[in-house]
Design a protein around this ligand. Structure first.
Ligand SMILES: *Cc1c(COP(=O)(O)O)cnc(C)c1O
Length: 238
């Protein structure tokens, strides 16, 4: 049963790698410039644990509690990524477990993370979530807001802002995500000039199952995939 599931998963990953490779070639980019984060929120820890065995070491969760739970259950050298909203009362427990927080959606959260990082004597890597598609229901900094708060971000020394993250509007036609991704890249380039070390602004976390190839063409360095990896496999969830 597990063997079958594992070979299904291996096939899926091989197919996805082919699509990633093709998108990289179209964009003249190297595969090594980008990291696939497997978002495991729809599957159980046993299924998530197969990923590192298949060479996928970057796993993502959108809810902090679920990240805590899976981090305790999935063995091996896994790098956990938080891709969803973090409430401030969950910072303390999340920090020691997480490799990158993709979803820092306010200055207040960023400052609270910086403080806790100082307390825990940790360097925290974070991306700023930008609501680049302009939908009111979404978390994140507004595209104009973010350049305004850059001087405040630049004062923080315990958190390292590594780049920007966005979610495009969910559309069937992946081309419709392209303007959102292009805007995120422009913002990143702008912001680079106003932030100094330890901040680096090298990364763009963008692209999900429905639009990751366009995201790669537009410069993504992290793509966050769930459905395309796990669809249909989670029915075997035990
Ligand atoms: C669930 C989720 C993903 C993965 O989405 P799929 O469309 O299933 O690939 C990526 N990013 C975030 C923030 C998510 O919550």
């Amino acid at each position: 049963m597990d063997g079958q599931l594992k070979s299904c998963l291996a096939d899926r990953l091989a197919m996805i790698e082919e699509r990633i490779g093709a998108a990289c070639r179209r964009a003249g980019r190297q595969r090594s410039e980008l990291t696939l984060v497997a978002v495991t929120k729809t599957v159980d820890a046993a299924l998530a644990a197969l990923l590192p065995e298949l060479g996928v070491l970057d796993l993502g969760e959108s809810r902090p509690q679920e990240l805590w739970r899976k981090a305790a259950m999935v063995p091996g050298p896994v790098r956990w990524h938080l891709v969803g909203h973090l409430q401030r009362n969950k910072i303390e427990r999340t920090l020691p477990l997480v490799h990158v927080i993709h979803s820092v959606d306010s200055l207040r959260l960023l400052q609270a993370l910086d403080q806790e990082a100082a307390k825990q004597q940790q360097r925290v890597q974070a991306l700023l979530e930008v609501n680049a598609s302009g939908e009111p229901a979404k978390h994140g900094f507004g595209p104009t807001e973010i350049t305004g708060v850059a001087p405040k971000i630049d004062q923080l020394r315990h958190i390292q802002v590594m780049g920007l993250m966005t979610m495009a509007a969910l559309e069937d036609a992946q081309e419709r995500s392209r303007p959102t991704f292009a805007l995120l890249r422009q913002l990143r380039d702008q912001l680079k000039g106003s932030l100094t070390r330890p901040h680096r602004l090298e990364h763009l976390s963008m692209g999900m199952s429905n639009d990751f190839e366009v995201a790669i063409e537009e410069g993504a360095t992290f793509i966050r995939l769930g459905t395309v990896i796990f669809e249909g496999l989670s029915e075997t969830k035990r």
